[in-house]
Design a protein around this ligand. Structure first.
Ligand code: G6P
Length: 482
């Protein structure tokens, strides 16, 4: 029985140094939830029992000294073995702030004008991917299954393939893969290296069918690979590309409606806004999330539908993110100015249209907000999937309307939402009105279709589908060698 080695840029922990000592938080992202539900089923599900151990390799946003102290104090509590990596800060900066988030991220989200093509960024990216490869090579044992995650580590599958030709290697991209015409904007050597990096895997997974097609086309045009549908022939190996739309831990969000703390927070919110409908959104502060367009849409809505003034409140929660990068920091100012303008223009002595928070939300607060929100306004300009849309649907009990951007991966699964183009701010304003006047029967019917789908294709199913197909791809690969 082999082990499962998960690799992502970040380990799912953050360490804060406070006056009272170190505080360790386990993050609750999609991948962590998937693995948690997987581990919980270890005893009962044969699939979950198939690995002898699970190991998670990733970097930590603290010093090695703090990490070791937290370990020694027993603050790091996980169901899996942790293998931390500590890249030197300057190198990490070139890799993370630089190539990952100032080149790949904007380009893959269709913001080519924000891309910074700097040689030193690519070199740092290469070196940090190499550090990950060294770490994995030092722990790898024959029979292990290796699963690499996301755009920060696109060179890694090929680096591992060079050192471990027989290994079973999967890769999953959590962001969009752009169309060839966008991808080709990247300098030749780098775009070739990224594609060859991914082609080191046996299976490359994406959220949607479109992203799969974009990847295969780029591989054909740039690396000149042969392909048949989603199967690529490269260097005497077979590489499969396929879609695996990530789900959520459906039960966790559905059951939160029964949790005492969550009910306490949601009751207080309902009492406070008893005479108003609640619009809600939550996103990391990122230019891809379309926050300025969303605010403009809300302003147009207030102008076009004056009957809703004093009868609706928009709770806009923005989560701090990547604030060392100027394009992120500048955004914050623009958003806050816009919020003030709208509140200044439309507030009355008794009412304020926008409640803006720039902070992290606890899981209980998040679930309470999902439950009380009459409408969730989720309008990114581009998003690989968008799990907030899915979490909202899972949390709705007997009411709720989702307004969702057509430029998210989630839109291809959540057809019963009100699908909008976020750049058409009048269309979004009209959709807000449509959502607010939608009869309850219609809300419930739309919700139940989406809820059934999300309950079936949950995060555990995503994890299983990927790993099962990885195992099948490996068998095809071995058959080819015979
Ligand atoms: C997206 C990416 C993840 C990333 C997350 C948070 O979801 O796909 O890889 O971890 O954003 O961004 P950060 O830069 O804070 O890790």
């Amino acid at each position: 029985m082999g082990r499962l080695i998960i690799i992502s840029n970040r380990l799912p922990f953050s360490i804060d140094k406070t006056g009272e000592g170190l505080i360790v938080r386990q993050s609750s992202g999609g991948l962590v939830s998937a693995l948690k539900s997987f581990f919980e089923r270890r005893g009962t599900d044969s699939f979950a029992n198939q690995y002898s151990e699970e190991i998670w390799v990733g970097s930590v946003d603290s010093t090695e000294e703090d990490w070791r102290s937290a370990e020694a104090e027993g603050l790091i509590d996980a169901d899996f073995i942790i293998e931390p990596i500590f890249p030197p800060p300057a190198l990490y900066n070139g890799y993370y702030t630089g190539f990952s988030n100032s080149a790949i991220w904007p380009l893959f989200h269709y913001f080519p004008t924000l891309v910074e093509y700097k040689k030193e960024y690519f070199e740092a990216y290469l070196k940090v991917n190499q550090l990950f490869a060294d770490k994995i090579a030092s722990i790898y044992e024959p029979g292990d299954v290796i699963w690499v995650h996301d755009y920060q580590l696109m060179l890694l599958p090929n680096m591992l393939r060079q050192r471990m030709p027989e290994a079973s290697i999967g890769f999953f991209l959590h962001i969009p893969f752009p169309s060839y015409e966008i991808f080709r904007l990247m300098p030749s050597d780098w775009k070739r290296a990224l594609l060859e990096g991914l082609l080191g895997a046996d299976l490359v997974g994406f959220h949607t069918y479109d992203y799969v097609q974009h990847f295969v086309q780029s591989a054909k045009m740039i690396v000149k690979v042969e392909s048949q549908f989603n199967t690529i022939y490269y260097n005497n190996r077979v590489v499969k590309a396929d879609q695996f739309p990530i789900g959520i831990d459906y039960e966790k969000f559905r059951d939160a409606s029964l949790d005492e703390t969550v009910v306490g927070i949601s009751s207080a919110l309902e009492e406070k806004f008893y005479d108003q409908k609640i619009l809600f959104s939550v996103d990391r502060l990122d230019y891809t999330k379309g926050l300025e367009h969303r605010l403009e849409s809300f302003e147009i809505f207030l102008a076009l539908y004056p009957e809703w003034r004093e009868r609706v409140v928009f709770i806009l929660n923005v989560i701090p993110s990547r604030d060392s990068i100027p394009t992120y920091n500048e955004r914050r100012k623009l958003i806050e100015e816009r919020v003030s303008t709208i509140n200044g223009k439309y507030s009355t002595l008794q009412w304020q249209p926008l409640i803006y928070r720039y902070n992290h939300l606890s899981f209980d607060e998040l679930c309470a907000l999902y439950q009380v929100a009459d409408v969730a306004l989720i309008t990114p300009l581009r998003d690989g999937m968008n799990l907030v849309a899915k979490e909202y649907i899972a949390s709705c009990i007997d009411k709720g309307v989702l307004i969702l951007s057509e430029l998210t991966g989630a839109a291809s699964e959540l057809n019963e939402a009100l699908i909008v183009n976020p750049t058409d701010t009048t269309e979004v304003a009209n959709a807000i009105n449509q959502a607010l006047i939608m009869p309850l029967m219609e809300q419930r019917s739309r919700l139940s279709y989406m809820q059934r789908r999300l309950a079936e294709y949950d995060v555990l199913r995503w994890l299983k589908d990927f790993l099962e197909q990885l195992s099948a791809s490996k068998k095809d690969q071995d058959a080819l060698r015979i």
